[in-house]
Design a protein around this ligand. Structure first.
Ligand code: GLU
Length: 477
């Protein structure tokens, strides 16, 4: 494990998150962003947000703003980025064209890169032939030996051309991945690859690598789908004489079924989790542990997550994003809220017209029984609006008690001195105790057998409302 507190110049750790704004941020990308943030935080370093939007065809309107919004919700800030600026801007690749052109011109001038006039059909044919022969598909080098004068003439005529890096033959590119350890790639397997597409846009391999270097990034944490790109990116940086970051490739994030999250439409999108009422700290605790081990399974604040973050603790096996584990973090994060913070959490689902005192009493009652906003809505419908159906178990409990008993109970409830004495009054009048009493009472008052304690529910509803619900239940049996 190399020293992580500083880069080769003794400067602070600089990490980055470099999303392509092609859609909503799902748990896999968010994990990558969080890990980069945690690494920077751990070492008192900086995080850069860079938007990789060179592929206009795939860019989704509003995706950039949405991803910044949801990262901030998660609690992650960045020290440099398209909105906050910084010394290494612009931070959108679509605005960095001049920088790329200058570097590409240098590569061409030094004959480290050359124009390639091959048509897509020809490249596709070569690819198919290589695959058929059981060889890795790589560029056959058709344009590598073109006479420079001829190439210039064709370019001057306006013939479309990509630009390819001349990959040195017969060498190995070696690097020590922070997660996967020593890697070695034979340049013979790579082929000359595209730096700039024929349509003039920079290729990912090029723009991504040079931006990390130009922005002073010291540590790149990213998804393992990019492991195979790293050797090519190192060759780009070498050709330009640019500094090389340390790379760490994070294990794939899968859904509970083991299928990659990135391939599932709408899978665990952060915006959807926020909408459902998950707390950012619950999500952060779940994401921080995707592929990364912490010694304790306790809820940690972001700073504590950072203090315990170590790339050496990142595993190689795919990490499962498990809703049951997320629910556990949500429970712990909810428990950690004080009353005011809990009320603030529930505020978005407060029904109109419910006064503050009643809403507070309601929240105190249901707090142990809610995990998400939907649960608050459900209990508000039951307890505040009296809007509910009897579920199967409730129906059985009501049938067992019978209409006569329920009417008897209703009369008793109506006579109770106050809310607190309703259950005792019904017990006294009907001679039922324990489960035989609680089950039909619960069923009549809430339509279900789980939830807050029946005494507390009865006290909350009061004698008049309890009596009405018991009569309603009697009429329905
Ligand atoms: N824009 C790339 C992606 O979203 C970034 C890869 C990287 O982090 O280097 O996959």
């Amino acid at each position: 494990m190399p020293a992580m507190t500083a880069d080769r110049d003794g400067a602070a750790v600089v990490t980055r998150f470099a999303p392509s704004p092609t859609g909503a941020l799902h748990a896999g990308n968010a994990r990558t962003a969080l890990h980069a943030w945690l690494l920077a935080r751990r070492h008192g370093g900086r995080l850069i947000l860079r938007i990789e939007d060179t592929d206009a065809a795939r860019a989704a309107a509003g995706a950039e703003a949405a991803l910044m919004d949801v990262l901030r919700w998660l609690g992650l800030g960045w020290d440099e980025g398209p909105d906050v600026g910084g010394p290494h801007g612009p931070y959108r690749q679509s605005e960095r064209g001049a920088l790329y052109e200058a570097l590409l011109a240098r590569l061409v001038a030094e004959d480290r890169a050359y124009p390639c006039f091959c048509r897509p059909e020809a490249l596709e044919r070569a690819r198919a032939e290589a695959l058929a022969a059981g060889e890795p598909p790589r560029y056959p080098g058709t344009c590598a030996g073109l006479d420079p004068d001829e190439a210039r003439r064709r370019l001057a005529r306006g013939e479309p051309a990509a630009l390819r890096l001349r990959v040195p033959a017969g060498r190995a590119v070696a690097f020590d991945d922070l997660v996967r350890g020593p890697q070695r790639v034979d340049t013979g397997t790579l082929g000359d690859f595209v730096l700039r597409r024929a349509d003039g846009t920079p290729a990912f391999l090029f723009a991504n690598a040079v931006d990390d270097a130009l922005m002073g990034v010291t540590h790149v944490l990213r998804g393992e789908d990019h492991l195979a790109n790293t050797a090519r990116q190192l060759l780009v940086l070498e050709a330009l004489g640019l500094p090389v970051p340390r790379y760490g490739h994070l294990p794939l994030v899968t859904g509970p079924d083991g299928a990659p999250l990135s391939k599932r439409a709408g899978a665990a999108e952060l915006a959807a989790l926020r909408e459902a009422g998950y707390l950012p700290l619950a999500v952060a605790n779940a994401l921080a542990r995707l592929g990364h081990r912490y010694p304790d399974d306790v809820l940690l604040g972001l700073d504590a997550l950072a203090a315990g973050f170590d790339p050496a603790g990142i595993g190689r096996a795919p990490a499962r994003f498990d809703p049951a584990r997320l629910a556990r973090w949500q429970r712990l994060a909810l428990e950690a809220l004080d009353e005011a913070a809990f009320a603030a959490w529930a505020a978005p689902v407060r029904p109109a017209g419910v006064d503050t005192a009643l809403w507070r009493a309601f929240l105190a009652l249901v707090r142990p029984n809610v995990l998400l906003h939907g649960d608050v809505r459900t209990w508000a419908a039951i307890l505040l609006a009296g809007r509910f159906e009897y579920d199967g178990r409730a129906r059985a409990a009501l049938a067992e008690a019978g209409a006569e008993w329920l009417l008897h109970a209703a009369e008793a409830a109506a006579r109770a001195r106050d809310g607190r004495s309703i259950v005792a009054t019904v017990a006294e009048a009907t001679g039922r105790r324990g489960k035989a009493l609680y089950r039909p009472l619960r069923a009549a008052l809430t339509g279900r057998l789980d939830g807050p304690g029946v005494r507390e529910v009865a006290a909350f509803l009061g004698p008049v409302e309890c009596a009405a619900r018991l009569r309603r239940a009697a009429a329905g049996t």
